[in-house]
Ligand binder design. Structure first.
Ligand code: ATP
Ligand code: MG
Length: 494
């Protein structure tokens, strides 16, 4: 050993180091001593259950939350951003799932937003800005993304690319993606992965948060597992299988992700005949029986969400008939826009649509309302302080579970579920599948829209594919494979 300070040879390759980071919200200890080391040019997967602290950790990194304790280093220098702008100036870019784009502006304007190039006299230098945008778009090589397109006309995948372009245009050195693929179709996922590879080749460090472990092992180099606000495992993804990862996340193994509850189909409980919406769906027909789970596959934008909304009666139909509409309840895909009241307690959100079990002479018994909510919290494994906590303080996946609890509390005969496991962790997904099986066994009918093919194949009795607004004939799940579903989703089965 030589004398002097310890030399850490790997230091030159470390882009970001977070040490002993703590953050509490009131009594909730969201981060309880997290260590994270991300190297230059690597894709670092950050995984963990709903509420483990992943988004909070990244908000500390991006300057949105000040940590209570702990230190950060960026490229070997102490890093303590005063706020998001400060972090951005230091080269940290966040790409949120709910994108931060201005829809009425063009791609170029969004890429440059808030950071216009200024010449010597403080005049905005349009030529330089345009050159930056072109270089960034060129580096992404995304054929259908042009600088003067309006963002509102873009697909979800293309919008995400605008965010990536924004990071590239301003030389971000650490890019964080928090569940970037949860609203993307398969093709857009591939494009995003290609963009991520291009970022890594330029030496950008990418922190990638996802609940899809198959994606994580494809795109990631190393991983860190968070559990209950602590970093509990880290290493090379090449050296670890899914099972040990899941075990590190949840503290146990999950032996059966797709539990099968025995059930037999009963009477027809919902009949949809040649249903057509204003634009989508174009033509959808099926029958759903009690005790049956019918899966609906299709590309993003094929019209599956519109079909559920038209069945439920949220959007007016242009033609066709729905028999059984009054028995349906809808879990909408977009919990932010039309779902939850974020400022109100979980108990209010879960029970608002059906208060009569707790109401005597017009007065709601809050104790019984909270007790009923507590039982849903328990059954769905919602991670929270209690029924009185505002929904807005919950992690993304836990908000999704509250939306589901609300529908289950409402107790309808037919559940229309639009991407019910979006943002939900592996263990909770298994719990939701079990619940769906139990509901079907108890005589409910379920229409299950999902873009995650393994869960359609694992959970459903029959599956139909929607292609450009037309729903194909449902077929028994045994007759489908992932490839067959993809094929039909892409070509319409012709
Ligand atoms: N603004 C806030 N106020 C109160 N509690 C919060 C707030 N933000 C996060 N929390 C709590 O901190 C914990 C960690 O939440 P975080 O959003 O970081 O989880 P996550 O790992 O991103 O989960 P998910 O996979 O569901 O997105 C949760 O218990 C959450 O309820
Ligand atoms: Mg999160």
């Amino acid at each position: 050993m030589t004398s002097g300070a310890a030399v850490r040879p790997s230091d030159s390759a470390v882009a970001l180091r977070m040490t002993g980071v703590r953050k509490s919200f009131g009594a909730v200890r969201a981060l309880d001593g997290v260590d994270l080391e991300v190297r230059v040019g690597e894709v670092h997967a950050l995984v963990g259950e709903n509420g483990a602290g992943k988004s909070t950790l990244m908000k500390v990194l991006s300057g949105a939350h000040a940590p209570d304790d702990g230190t950060m280093e960026l490229f070997g220098r102490p890093f303590a951003p005063a706020g998001p702008l400060d972090a951005r100036a230091a080269g940290v870019a966040m790409i949120y799932q709910e994108l931060n784009l201005a829809p009425h502006l063009t791609v170029a304007e969004n890429v440059l937003l808030g950071r216009e190039e200024r010449g010597p006299l403080g005049v905005i230098d349009r030529a330089r800005g345009a050159a930056r945008v072109e270089a960034a778009l060129g580096a992404l090589d995304h054929a259908d993304l042009r600088a003067d397109d309006r963002v509102r006309d873009l697909s979800p995948g293309a919008r995400q690319m605008v965010e990536v372009a924004r990071a590239l245009a301003f030389d971000a050195r650490v890019v964080v993606m928090d569940e970037p693929t949860s609203s993307l179709g398969k093709r857009d996922v591939e494009r995003l992965f290609e963009a991520i590879r291009r970022l890594s080749e330029r030496g950008v460090a990418v922190v990638y948060i996802s609940h899809f472990l198959d994606e994580v092992s494809r795109v990631g180099d190393r991983y860190t597992v968070l559990r209950d606000g602590r970093s509990v495992a880290t290493g090379d993804l090449a050296d670890v299988g899914h099972d040990p990862l899941i075990e590190a996340m949840v503290g146990r193994t999950i032996d059966d992700v797709f539990p099968r509850v025995p059930r037999t189909p009963g009477d027809v409980v919902l009949r949809v005949e040649h249903l057509a919406g204003r634009e989508l769906p174009v033509d959808a027909s099926f029958e759903l029986r009690r005790g049956e789970i019918l899966g609906i596959a299709g590309l993003v934008g094929a019209g599956r969400t519109e079909m559920l909304r038209a069945i439920f009666g949220l959007d007016a139909a242009r033609g066709g008939a729905v028999d059984g509409r009054e028995r349906t309840g809808l879990l909408s895909e977009n919990r932010k826009e039309e779902g939850l009241l974020l400022n109100l307690p979980i108990a209010v959100n879960v029970t608002l649509s059906k208060l009569d079990p707790f109401t005597t002479l017009g007065v709601v018994d809050a104790r019984r309302q909270e007790a009923a909510t507590a039982s849903w919290i328990d059954r769905l494994g919602v991670r929270c302080v209690g029924p009185r906590q505002p929904v807005g303080a919950l992690s993304g996946g836990n908000q999704q579970k509250v939306a589901l609890a609300r529908l289950l509390h409402h107790d309808v005969d037919v559940l229309l579920l639009d991407e019910p496991t979006r943002g939900v962790d592996v263990a909770s997904k298994a719990e939701i599948y079990r619940r769906m099986g139990e509901l079907a066994a108890a005589g409910k009918g379920i229409v299950f829209v999902s873009s995650y093919l393994p869960e359609l194949l694992g959970v459903c009795d029959r599956v139909a594919v929607m292609h450009r607004g037309r729903l194909g004939a449902p077929r028994p799940v045994e007759e489908w494979s992932e490839n067959a579903l993809l094929e039909e989703a892409t070509t319409g089965g012709t």
